[in-house]
Design a protein around this ligand. Structure first.
Ligand code: FAD
Length: 487
């Protein structure tokens, strides 16, 4: 029986992980990537189009581990753990806020290196072929064919397969062609903020700030953040409304802005580092929610192609990796129903038999039943977290709730779970995490209201009991109240 074949458009983070999974299951894999091979030194289009580094957490690591625990080890060798946020106040005071009461952490990782590891991993399988500098031009989901342009020769080639996967990022061509095949509901929203990256070089060969935290300078309507890199530098990202970016025109404007809002960062960046602001691109931020993600048993979109998000919960890639883990689970379920498809050990060496189109379709129907909803929840969480990162983290009410939630979590670990833990340190679906958090918010509100009411009544009682007689008032005795009631 011949093997199934998959075409994957886009060899970024999610596409290259998908290639690893399908190759591992014994499929013939053709991976088409528009850019040159990032592992070749003369390839100067480094994978820095989006961000230089990013944070990988439980969902992303779980998906990598399911391919191969050794692959996860390779990835963990190049991460830097971040145990919490380090808030930089305007006066330069630092305030550390841990991510978890159990010491859990997220990991800063170089996007380019991670992509290279995944590309090398999928190439280990003899059934994988990667076509660099091949751009997806069009895609026919009905007859399972895709046209790619060879950028070097300008020639078009047509490829066909049992399944087409669109992993071609935020401006996905595959998503556009999916809309020609089926009725796709789509919401694309640009937010008023943009981002610009700056580099904070090492100081005297060492990290310029503590390395095991994600640094944030929250300034209400905008913020600066910094993630550590293996070379002891930090990649800093300024998130601001376009109007603010546009208002900084001269060096004088720029330095005035830094002196006013990020004074403690000036000696850390140095003049040169700050001036990078003018050289570096300003990127737009937007999100895309769409459904369905698939067409029959013929094609599916994954990663940013299906759910591009604003980056404030550091979940875009993590969610994209989770897409692939879930897709694999559903396909394995079709192929080998006797194996528990969610059990990593049991599925480790499972090569799926050739799947029929209706088996693939059954898996994709289940996929669309959960992923558009969950990725939309992830996007809502990211939008919410932007306000939290640039403003709430420095507010007393936020700190109190955070403190109460962490303490309650230690007493009732299954009932009260901090939102950040559900999103970053668990694999609970994003939708369930949001529902659980809303429930917790109601409980906390009820508890705080009740405590406030009881405290006010108690205070009023004692005030009247002890202060009242001096002012000519006294609390009526119980016998007097009974008499009044009897009357
Ligand atoms: P991409 O990484 O965009 O890859 C798509 C690939 O497809 C690219 O290689 C591209 O060249 C290729 N391609 C595009 N069009 C074609 C075509 N027509 N034909 C062939 N190939 C094509 N996520 C996190 O989880 N944690 C973070 O900390 C985090 N930080 C972020 C910070 C910023 C500033 C931004 C903008 C995003 C951040 N993200 C983060 C989100 C993360 O970058 C994306 O979710 C992730 O890159 C999605 O991976 P992808 O493979 O789907 O898309």
């Amino acid at each position: 029986m011949s093997q199934n074949k998959v075409i994957i458009a886009g060899g970024g983070l999610v596409g290259s992980l998908a290639a690893c999974y399908f190759a591992k299951r014994g499929w013939i894999v053709e991976l088409y990537e528009r850019s040159p091979d990032p592992r070749k030194s003369d390839s100067n289009e480094r994978i820095t189009r989006r961000s230089i580094n990013l944070a990988i957490s439980t969902r992303g690591l779980s998906a990598i581990n399911r391919v191969d625990p050794d692959l996860k080890k390779k990835v963990m060798d190049i991460v830097l753990p971040m145990y919490g946020r380090m808030i930089h106040d305007l006066d330069g005071k630092l305030n550390g806020q841990s991510y978890s009461p159990h010491g859990e952490f997220i990991n800063s990782i170089d996007r380019g290196l991670l992509n290279q590891i995944l590309l090398t991993e999928c190439e280990k399988y003899p059934t994988t072929t990667i076509f660099f500098e091949h751009s997806l031009e069009s895609c026919n989901f009905e007859n399972k064919t895709a046209v790619f342009k060879n950028i070097a020769t300008g020639q078009d080639i047509t490829a066909s397969a049992d399944l087409i996967i669109g992993a071609d990022g935020a401006w996905s061509t595959a998503r556009r062609y999916l809309q020609y095949s089926t009725r796709v509901n789509l919401e694309q929203t640009y937010i008023e903020h943009a981002y610009c990256e700056l580099e904070m070089k090492p100081k005297n060969g060492e990290f310029a700030m503590v390395k095991d935290h994600l640094h944030i300078w929250p300034r209400k309507t905008f913020m600066l953040i910094a993630l550590p890199n293996l070379d002891k530098s930090f990649t800093c990202t300024l998130f601001m409304p376009w109007s603010k970016f546009n208002s900084i025109k001269t060096e004088e404007d720029l330095f005035k802005f830094f002196e006013e809002y990020f004074p403690d960062s000036i000696p850390l960046f140095g003049k040169e580092g700050i001036l990078e602001y003018f050289k570096n691109p300003k990127g737009p931020l937007f999100y895309v929610k769409c459904t369905p993600h698939h067409y029959k048993g013929n094609g599916v979109i994954v990663g940013d192609a299906a759910h591009c998000t604003v980056p404030f919960y550091a979940q875009g890639m993590n969610c994209g990796f989770e897409d692939i883990e879930i897709l694999d689970t559903l396909l394995v379920e079709q192929a080998a129903p006797l194996v528990d498809p969610t059990d990593n050990e049991a599925t480790k060496d499972v090569k799926t038999n050739r799947l029929t189109n209706s088996q693939i379709e059954a898996a994709l129907i289940k996929y669309t039943a959960c992923r558009p909803r969950d990725s939309a929840s992830m996007i809502d969480l990211a939008m919410h977290n932007y306000v939290e990162m640039r403003h709430s983290v420095s507010m007393l009410s936020y700190k109190i709730r955070n403190w109460i939630e962490k303490k309650l979590h230690l007493v009732f670990p299954k009932t009260i779970i901090p939102l950040y833990s559900m999103v970053s340190f668990s694999k609970m679906s994003y939708t369930n995490a949001v529902a659980q958090w809303n429930k917790q918010t109601d409980w906390l509100r009820f508890a705080i209201n009740s405590i406030t009411r009881v405290s006010l009544i108690t205070a009023a009682f004692f005030a009247i009991k002890y202060g009242g007689p001096r002012l000519g008032y006294r609390l009526p005795a119980i016998s007097e109240i009974t008499k009044l009631i009897k009357k």
